[in-house]
Write a protein that binds this ligand. Structure first.
Ligand code: ADP
Length: 585
């Protein structure tokens, strides 16, 4: 109960009021008692003086006891007459003979020295508290005794007690009223604080939209306003933070580089999808060493933790065949030994680099062979073959063939590079299928016949989006290969069908076929399957065909059975104007 501000305010007030009321009651009752007593004293003194005067003026005719009793009745008080030596000479209420010497009673002693004496004490003779007042009786300036008048104080005390009770009652009532008031005021003061507390609780539970109407204009009202402002700011800040976080999250999730953050205990605090993919392991909360699964990466990270310096290393991850550039940086402000690990996948860049190197070496190789044979032929001519004209003619024919081959290689290289770099844009237009395919086939018919082959052509009607020249180049390359790799007596079949929204053009032969190992690689530049059988090609024809078909938005692929023949397919998008029924043949 005393934990609440309401009671902490109210209780001290109640105690203070009670204390003040008690003090007031005591003070008032004392004041009233003193006033009563001094009144009584004045009354008793006057009566004693009256008696003393009566005694001094004329000696009473009756015995002194009777005198005392008469006056006692008149004054309604106890009257005692005392001789100067203290002997009691007359007494109104007691048996005088049993009373001891009264000379040393305080009131008598005081009357002796001061001319008037007063004392309040418990009378053993009467059995209650009394006020005694004594005055000397003087005859011709000589003390002949003392008159003492006394009254019991029980009446006075009853009066005082009644008064005190009344004061206590009033004090209690006032204290009760004040307490109620204090509790009420404290309650009213605390009520807005309670509302604020409830609002803060709601905010803590996540309801950030909580606002309060200031109910007072005092400090609590100001506090409520400050609370509202704080809630507003908090809401804004949180919204901004959430937005930032969402942005960061999106960046982290979609970036190609892997990002890992480890805490000071070496546990993974954050890992983005790219990092999980590159390392082939998930693992928030697991240790980095477990997640890295590579001792070189773990060592690099450990070194960064120890030296607090950036560490970089290129790692070839064996099982996945990836090249990873790992950069480990100490993370500032995230606790000692916290690190940021960035993994960059350089596999493609390295593959391109390798391809470039391979390309240069392939080109050099392809150039070297004909150049070496030209050089050898020239040397032979110089060494005397010139004097043998028929042989010289043969050598010259040979040289011409090699130079032609070189020229073709250079031509195809240039063509490939032009297509790859996109410098010669394709002029796509709707072209009837037969116009795109037939001229190339017809151009090669004499060559096929020379090679003892049957060349057939089945083309569906239809229009395709194509650059006429380029597509003829593709068909030429494919049919040329088919003729080249098919032994005499075989057949080459060119066909085109419509499938869905594209045309599929195929060139099938009954030739030597392609081994399953070579099949996936024949579209690479300079790739030649089974070099022993090659008929002097450059290995660039299919690479050029692939680029042209892809430039048309089509696909190219090959199917083959070694020894039984090969079929090359490519697709082209159909243009408007094609008959809508699928045509399979
Ligand atoms: P090339 O100028 O050597 O013919 P290509 O790029 O046209 O170069 O062909 C690459 C390789 O693919 C050829 O060397 C050959 O081994 C294989 N190839 C292509 N077409 C056929 C086919 N119709 N039959 C068998 N092998 C083929």
């Amino acid at each position: 109960m005393f934990r609440s501000i309401r009671w902490r305010i109210a209780v001290p007030y109640i105690l203070l009021i009670l204390l003040a009321m008690a003090g007031l009651a005591i003070y008032l009752s004392n004041l009233v008692r003193d006033a009563y007593l001094s009144d009584l004293e004045a009354q008793l003194t006057a009566e004693a003086r009256l008696l003393a005067d009566a005694l001094a003026t004329s000696a009473p005719a009756e015995p002194l006891d009777a005198f005392a009793q008469r006056y006692a009745r008149l004054l309604n008080a106890r009257v005692t007459l005392i001789a100067p030596d203290g002997t009691v000479l007359g007494e109104s209420h007691e048996d005088r003979t049993r009373m001891d010497n009264h000379l040393y009673r305080p009131e008598v002693q005081q009357a002796l020295s001061e001319g008037k004496g007063r004392s309040i004490r418990f009378s053993r003779t009467m059995g209650y508290e009394m006020m005694y007042v004594a005055v000397p009786v003087k005859a011709e300036n000589c003390s002949v005794g003392f008159v003492r008048v006394a009254l019991p104080l029980d009446q006075v005390q009853r009066n005082i007690a009644r008064l005190r009770n009344a004061i206590v009652l009033i004090a209690l009532a006032a204290a009760g009223g004040a307490a109620l008031l204090a509790v009420g005021i404290a309650g009213r003061t605390v009520h807005p604080i309670r509302r604020l507390t409830a609002a803060v609780r709601r905010m803590t539970a996540g309801d950030l939209g909580t606002r309060l109407l200031p109910s007072t204009r005092d400090e609590v009202g100001t506090l409520t306003q400050a609370f509202n402002q704080m809630a507003e700011r908090l809401q804004q800040t949180l919204a901004t933070l959430r937005q930032e976080q969402a942005r960061l999250q999106a960046v982290l999730e979609n970036m190609a580089d892997g990002v890992i953050i480890t805490d000071s205990e070496g546990r993974v605090q954050l890992i983005n999808p790219a990092a999980a993919r590159l390392l082939g392991s998930e693992g928030r909360g697991r240790s980095f060493i477990e997640v890295a699964r590579d001792h070189r990466l773990a060592a690099l990270w450990q070194r960064c933790r120890e030296e607090r310096r950036e560490q970089t290393e290129l790692l070839d991850m064996e099982p996945q065949g990836r090249s990873l550039q790992a950069i480990v940086t100490p993370l500032q402000g995230a606790g000692a030994e916290a690190c940021l690990v960035i993994l960059q996948d350089l596999t493609d860049i390295r593959r391109l680099e390798t391809m470039r190197k391979d390309f240069v070496s392939n080109v050099s190789h392809e150039l070297r062979t004909p150049l070496a044979s030209v050089k050898a032929l020239v040397d032979t001519l110089r060494d005397g073959a010139l004097s043998d004209p028929p042989a010289a003619q043969r050598f010259l024919d040979h040289i011409e063939k090699e130079v032609d081959a070189l020229g073709q290689l250079v031509e195809e290289l240039l063509e490939l590079s032009r297509i790859e770099s996109g410098k010669v844009p394709f002029r796509l237009e709707p072209v009837p299928l037969d116009e795109a395919v037939l001229p190339a086939v017809e151009r090669l018919r004499p060559q096929a016949e020379r090679a003892g082959l049957r060349l057939e052509c089945h083309l569906a009607a239809g229009m395709v989006w194509a650059d006429r020249e380029r597509i003829q180049q593709v068909v030429t390359n494919l049919v040329h290969n088919a003729i080249k790799f098919t032994p005499p007596g075989g057949q080459v079949m060119v066909s085109a069908v419509r499938q869905g929204d594209e045309a599929v053009i195929s060139v099938a032969d009954t030739g030597v076929g392609i081994s399953p190992e070579d099949l996936p690689r024949i579209f690479e530049r300079f790739y030649k399957a089974d070099r022993a059988r090659r008929g002097g090609g450059t290995g660039l024809g299919l690479a050029i065909a692939k680029h042209i078909v892809q430039g048309h938005g089509g696909r190219i692929w090959a199917e083959s059975r070694e020894g039984a023949g090969s079929t090359f397919f490519f697709t082209l998008p159909l243009a408007p104007g094609s008959p809508s029924n699928p045509d399979v043949g």
